[in-house]
Write a protein that binds this ligand. Structure first.
Ligand SMILES: [Mg+2]
Length: 368
């Protein structure tokens, strides 16, 4: 059967700051999707990553289906009212447009979707990040789908040996959806040259080269600043990944998150900090809202989802969390100096721009 997985997420309010949604808010979104989606969906799960609520839906309506997007959008709008009624911080933060116009992408929420012929043992990974940007996926997905030093299946498994096609988007030109398709391994250096610029060039999709119709990765590419015309929060990306058999194994993808690599985000969206893999339904950390990633793995059968495996919950990941904490502290010791704080053109809050503008006027030519 042709199955579609739609993962749509938004920050519509947090308890005590940018921490996590309230229980009441989460339950209200769950109840809404359960009742209003009953005829539309095969299955669904609602969960959170930091302050973001994710709605994961399986159905047969294809990607960019208006009815599916509308369901999620209406759930977030209803949830915004709940968040307001509780006085939650940033209520409705990611809902940037009022009237639904057919596709929730471009209205604030982040979307990652894949449609595929369901395999008899379809293994799915869902990654959700908070306090960072879509380019945070660049490095782990490059390693998992293009680097045999990290992903041994690329040399050990025949269906993987031809490599993968990366579809990379230039997010500075989102209105025109400028993308390029490059093949690993022969275009490896071109792929690296683009993915290096994590704030501009972002992996949108990855395809199998052995089975070119098979999409294996879908990443949300929302840049809220383009939608709102001003900074309204970090984009907090999500991704859906298919795993096993003709794709990398679950553990080959998961392992690439042990890097705890530095990404843009963190408190006030203005710092370089490591990406810490955390357990399912984690709140944001009060250590400067360190960027976090959650991962769950599951299977589908005729669209029904099994229970989730929490990918970053076993003892190994305690070591990675310790490493991320240490990397975080080391970088934070730099205080406001680069590279701890982002360069001027990346500073998301206007305050420092205004300050520098005022100072500029006080500069005079030095007397000789
Ligand atoms: Mg968030």
């Amino acid at each position: 059967m042709k199955l579609t997985l739609s993962l749509i997420k938004a920050d519509i309010g947090g308890v005590g700051g940018h921490s996590k949604p309230s229980i009441k808010l989460l339950e209200s979104v769950k109840d809404f999707i359960s009742s209003k989606g009953i005829k539309l969906l095969i299955d669904h799960r609602i969960f959170h990553t930091g302050d973001d609520i994710a709605i994961l839906m399986s159905h047969t309506h294809g990607t960019e289906a208006s009815a599916i997007h509308k369901l999620a959008f209406e759930a977030f709008k209803m949830g915004t009212e709940v968040a307001k009624s509780q006085g939650l911080y940033g209520a409705g933060q990611d809902i940037l447009k009022d009237a639904f116009t057919g596709n929730v992408a471009g209205m604030g929420p982040a979307v990652a979707e894949i449609a595929f012929d369901e395999r008899p043992n379809e293994s799915i990974l869902v990654f959700t990040m908070d306090k960072t940007e879509p380019g945070a996926f660049n490095l782990p997905f490059y390693l998992a789908f293009a680097d045999p030093m990290w992903s041994p299946g690329l040399i050990l498994s025949p269906p993987l040996m031809k490599g993968f096609t990366f579809e990379i988007i230039d997010t500075e030109h989102l209105s025109a959806e400028k993308t390029v398709r490059l093949n690993a391994p022969e275009d490896l250096y071109d792929i690296a040259a683009l993915l290096r610029e994590t704030r501009r060039y972002v992996i949108k999709s990855i395809f199998s080269r052995t089975h070119p119709d098979e999409k294996v990765v879908s990443v949300s590419i929302t840049r809220l600043k383009h939608i709102a015309g001003r900074y309204v929060g970090k984009d907090d990306p999500v991704a859906v990944v298919r795993a096993q058999k003709i794709f990398p194994a679950t553990e080959e993808v998961g392992a690439c998150f042990r890097l705890a690599h530095y990404v843009g985000g963190d408190t006030r969206g203005s710092h370089h900090q490591p990406l810490m893999p955390v357990t399912f339904n984690s709140p944001a950390s009060v250590h400067y809202c360190i960027p976090i990633v959650q991962g769950v793995a599951f299977n589908t059968h005729e669209g029904k989802m099994t229970e989730f495996i929490d990918m970053f919950d076993d003892p190994f990941w305690e070591t990675v969390r310790r490493k991320a904490s240490e990397k975080s502290i080391v970088m934070r010791e730099q205080g406001f100096t680069e590279p701890s704080m982002l360069p001027r053109d990346e500073l998301e809050y206007g305050g420092i721009v205004e300050r520098l503008g005022k100072l500029e006027k006080r500069f005079t030519l030095a007397k000789k």
